[in-house]
Design a protein around this ligand. Structure first.
Ligand code: ZN
Length: 134
């Protein structure tokens, strides 16, 4: 059994509290999801690949995945998020015509923007509530 680890600097996500930080950094390795070489300053997790690849890679291994690519894998591509009908339905390309990695970086920005928007809305809601009760 392999232990799940994250690599690089921790980021604002529960996974960084739940997993241990790896002693190694996958510099020069390729991200399992986007295939792009990992460079200095990036972060992510090691994921199990059991059954994902044909022999001789069928044995249990762990490979690095960028944090942005992990998020993109669960949220969908940037095309899906901003215009599902155009990119997913009409063109069959949830990444909006971009390579997976570029789509993932935009999904990360989309998510950060959504969190920022939520924080602003939460403050506005609190202010409105304060005005009503005072
Ligand atoms: Zn990647």
């Amino acid at each position: 059994m392999t232990e799940n680890l994250y690599w690089g600097e921790p980021w604002d996500a529960p996974i960084c509290e739940e997993l241990a930080r790896s002693n190694t950094y996958p510099l020069g390795e390729k991200c399992l999801l986007c295939g792009v070489t990992i460079v200095e300053g990036e972060s992510g997790t090691y994921v199990g690949t059991m059954g994902l690849r044909p022999p001789p890679y069928a044995l249990a291994t762990t490979e690095p995945v960028h944090k942005e690519c992990s998020l993109r894998s669960v949220m969908g591509g940037i095309g899906h998020l901003v215009d599902h009908d155009r990119w997913c339905v009409e063109r069959g390309d949830p990444n909006g015509g971009l390579p997976y990695r570029e789509s993932a970086l935009l999904v990360w920005t989309f998510s950060a923007g959504a969190r920022l928007g939520i924080a602003v809305l939460r403050d506005l809601l609190e202010d409105a509530h304060e005005m009503r009760v005072s």
